[in-house]
Design a protein around this ligand. Structure first.
Ligand code: FAD
Ligand code: FAD
Length: 468
């Protein structure tokens, strides 16, 4: 039977943008309905951040055990090589996903958010219909938050299907591919490519540009490039994927000299970016302005249509979980009458490659940094006791700080090295609080921790590092 729902707030999408908005709105007492066509948790929890990090973690353990079995590792040796049961790995990963999905379901329930399962289709800016099991549900709302997220970009000449896969299928493969070709050396392709290499796949990365991870500067990326080289991952730079070979089994690639070659592959993982979900659900009927391929929003995540808001991957780069969640939380509060706005300056980002890369604030190569007088210093993990004690001191990693010369206000902090993702919180906090080099230099950092390298980088920028 058809049902009509009238609500204060309608949220489309149960990913980090939508579900965080829902929980916060519920906490604030707003009558809220959330529509999700797939599983609560969205890209991040179901087929993105978390499952990929589970793979990366298991891959690291497998690599260490393989090492211990072949050459011994810190005095530990194993009598035989570890064995990988890929189906069990995928099952373990799914158990984490299920747990998070159940968790989000429970949190929304506790916040008294009504979740309507199904795909929403808009007929105007405040009305959508969801095809339910027992008939259509029509929902009208005073406020709408669009959090429809994004999906993998498909290459027209290399469509997904069969052994050509996106990151979603890569996390659900029935068996480990012997040969894996990754198209695109962005963060998703490299995170997954490195994990598969650690599991024992023969990995080739094909990248059209002349460098990997083009968002970062060369010194930050160098330790990752070195790991790839040292661990037998072939990286073809300046090479373009052209499509499948005639027999459909290989990837045809044009190298930087214009020569073509066929790369045999059990799987071809295409990671050439993500695009916002803007089609197929009536966005065109809502009268909102676009900003290129994204929905246009202002600093409050308000679209051009009154009381229609949009957050997360749908509204632009960087397409990251913590940006989506932050915006979702903010919009719920604005609708409840709080004064909030989105400051875009410092969105930290982490690449879970080997080693990891963290970046918060400006890179020295950014135009905004070059436009002013700055000082910068690095502190290598090779001189950090904790890094050495974790066998993480010899991979070329470091912390780098960039500050304004006139008043030493910190403008940017980056790190590359094992486990550095966990330092991102301190970096963000320093930037958000407007810390100066002296603030970091004057803060006692626990010994022995990797964070001492941040302390020392600030000391070094001030000209008096102790341990280098
Ligand atoms: P999504 O998470 O995409 O959620 C949108 C939801 O809306 C989906 O569940 C979808 O089913 C639903 N939906 C869409 N249209 C409709 C409709 N019409 N009706 C009903 N429901 C609808 N980010 C990080 O910060 N760190 C990482 O380490 C990281 N790793 C990643 C690894 C991979 C492999 C991938 C693919 C992504 C990764 N990301 C990472 C990015 C992160 O997943 C996204 O930035 C984040 O999920 C965006 O949240 P969102 O709420 O905007 O959209
Ligand atoms: P991308 O990072 O877009 O990489 C795809 C790669 O594929 C490119 O290098 C491209 O040259 C290559 N390629 C494309 N076609 C071919 C072909 N035919 N053959 C061979 N190679 C090909 N976004 C921003 O705009 N600004 C930011 O500052 C920013 N910071 C980020 C920082 C981090 C740590 C993360 C995780 C993301 C960031 N993003 C940023 C967002 C990111 O770019 C997007 O979330 C998303 O597009 C990443 O997906 P990807 O790794 O699949 O692709």
């Amino acid at each position: 039977m058809a049902e009509m729902i009238k609500t204060k707030l309608l949220i489309i999408g149960g990913g980090p943008g939508g579900y965080v908005a829902g929980i916060r709105a519920g906490q604030l007492g707003l009558d809220t309905v959330l529509v999700e066509g797939d599983r609560l948790g969205g890209t991040c929890l179901i087929r993105g951040c978390i499952p990929s990090k589970a793979f990366i973690h298991a891959a690291g353990q497998f690599e260490e055990m393989t090492h211990a079995a072949s050459k011994g590792l810190h005095g530990i040796s194993l009598k035989s090589q570890p064995e990988l049961n890929f189906a069990d790995l995928v099952k373990w990963k799914e158990s984490i996903v299920d747990r998070l999905n159940t968790g989000v379901t429970g949190l929304l329930k506790r916040a008294k958010v009504r979740v309507v399962p199904g795909w929403a289709k808009f007929s105007d800016a405040k009305t959508c219909t969801v095809a339910g099991k027992d008939g259509d549900i029509t929902i009208t709302a005073e406020h709408v938050i669009l959090a429809n997220g994004s999906k993998s970009v498909e290459l027209a000449f290399l469509p997904f299907g069969g052994h050509v896969i996106s990151s979603t299928e890569a996390l659900m493969l029935p068996v480990l591919p012997k040969k894996l070709v990754v198209v695109g050396a962005g963060y998703i392709g490299l995170e997954m490519g490195i994990a598969f290499a650690k599991f024992g796949s023969e990995v080739t990365v094909v990248e059209a540009l002349d460098r990997i991870l083009p968002l970062y500067d060369a010194p930050l990326v160098a330790p990752v490039a070195k790991w790839l080289k040292d661990n037998g991952v072939t990286v073809m730079l300046g090479a373009k994927a052209k499509g499948l070979s005639k027999d459909g089994k290989s990837l045809t690639v044009e190298d930087k000299d214009g020569k073509t070659a066929d790369l045999p592959a059990d799987n071809i993982l295409v990671t050439v970016g993500r695009k916002p979900n803007t089609e197929g659900w009536g966005l065109e009927n809502m009268g909102v302005d676009m900003d290129g391929r994204f929905v246009k929003v202002d600093r409050h995540c308000h679209t051009s249509m009154k009381n229609v808001w949009a957050v997360g991957d749908l509204v632009g780069e960087p397409m990251l979980e913590h940006k989506a969640a932050h915006q979702g939380d903010m919009v719920a509060e604005i609708i409840a009458g709080h004064r909030r706005e989105f400051s875009h300056e410092f969105i930290p980002a982490v690449c879970f490659t080997e080693p990891e890369i963290v970046s918060a604030g400006l890179l020295p190569s950014d135009e905004a940094a070059k436009a002013q007088e700055t000082i910068s210093a690095i502190f290598p993990f090779g001189a950090n006791g904790r890094a050495l004690s974790m066998d993480a001191g010899d991979n070329g990693g470091f912390v780098r700080v960039l500050a304004r010369k006139s008043d030493h206000r910190i403008l940017g902090i980056q790190a590359v090295g094992a486990h550095v993702a966990e330092m991102s919180g301190e970096f963000s906090l320093a930037l958000e609080m407007g810390a100066t080099l002296e603030d970091i230099a004057g803060t006692i950092h626990v010994h022995p921790t990797l964070s001492e390298a941040f302390h020392e980088s600030a000391l070094r920028a001030l000209g008096h590092a102790i341990h280098i």
